[in-house]
Design a protein around this ligand. Sequence first.
Ligand SMILES: Cc1cc2nc3c(=O)[nH]c(=O)nc-3n(C[C@H](O)[C@H](O)[C@H](O)COP(=O)(O)OP(=O)(O)OC[C@H]3O[C@@H](n4cnc5c(N)ncnc54)[C@H](O)[C@@H]3O)c2cc1C
Length: 396
Amino acid sequence: MGTSSYDVIVVGMGPAGASAAYKLSRAGLSVLGLEKQTHPRYKVCGGGLSARIQEILPSDLESVIEDTVNRMIFSYGPDEQYVVESKKPIAFMVMRSRFDHWLVEKAQQAGTEVHEGESVTSLTHQLDGVEVRTARGHYHAKVVIGADGALSVVGQQLFPHRGLQKIPALESEIRSESSHPHHYSKTALISLNAATKGYGWIFPKKDGLSIGVGEFVRGMNRPKRSFQQFAQHEPTLAGIEIPLPLGHPIPVFNRTPGVRNEQWNGGLVHGRAVLVGDAGHLVDPLLGEGIYYAVRSGQLAAANIVTALRHSAPCFDGYERAVIREFGLEFQIASRLGRLVYGVPRSWHRWAGKTFPGPYQGVLRRYCSMLQGHETYETLWARILTGMTPSFARRS
Ligand SMILES: Cc1cc2nc3c(=O)[nH]c(=O)nc-3n(C[C@H](O)[C@H](O)[C@H](O)COP(=O)(O)OP(=O)(O)OC[C@H]3O[C@@H](n4cnc5c(N)ncnc54)[C@H](O)[C@@H]3O)c2cc1C
């Protein structure tokens, strides 16, 4: 069998890979997308999209939205809840099977050749590109995009020195006949009580609810116990039959504290291979949001590849610089907030929330505003420093 050649091979057609393939094909490049599963496929995920994602996705996104969230409940239990409401959407809820399939179809319509049920098994750097092997054949590309998720084969084989953090998460889907969807219509719950160093969530879907738990601190590997406790003790889940959860790691961003953006070698580019989305560990370390960053990093990689391939000796470092420019400081501040949120005992949070309800609620409101795209982590952090510090100081 001969080797088929492409400008770009995208390994993995989740949100990151499909978004990259769509842009590349629209720019006129020949693109092969290799996907080990067959869409529509189930993906363990809460399916919560921050509302700002509508700025970067095609306008018919609404065709795959299950519910639009205008109300977020941050809970320490039934008697200690902080509610943020907004007239504008804070988040959109999707089922990943439908959402990812929709993105893959967009890429195909733009010209991407997609091989489903074809898993990449090995990759080799070459001078003029990368050789990609599957059980069905071998292919050559001028550049390869690793969009194959948290357990990336591209990352393991072409970026061997990465020692990055993955946190455990569990998720279950409750169908409507056994749930009370009206209770959560347009409402998402973040339970800060549900995990020792993480949180639990209940997200509304058209036909039921997605519920899950993530532990955000290394070594806190008891997500099963956290999930069981959450399912048993969350009052709004009382009497509901909850199917056994499925687990999947979340590869959160974890740059060494103190390393500045200019010094950050994100390890996203090596020769003619680039990593996007979960494969590149581009997940918000505060709450584990990854879909927005998957789509956006796929788009940034595609834009850089289109430009770089016009040169006789293409260089893809511009992609990494673009990621650092857009997400570098944001992830750094999210890490800082994560250390604050998960690093101090929950009793401290409860005390702070009760003693300073205004500022506490203010931070949560601004977090939601960030999900809407009106704020960034940088502006949120600045407000915490300038706004909250004096009010804490005044009271003490
Ligand atoms: C329990 C849980 C809940 C989550 N909830 C949310 C949430 O509510 N909101 C949010 O924003 N993020 C959430 N995330 C994170 C989010 O799921 C990921 O960040 C997102 O899926 C990343 O997209 P991706 O395209 O990079 O990778 P993926 O979605 O993992 O896609 C990778 C694709 O590559 C394919 N693949 C893998 N290996 C190969 C191979 N060898 N050859 C060919 N194809 C391959 C896979 O089949 C898959 O289709 C959650 C994660 C977990 C685990």
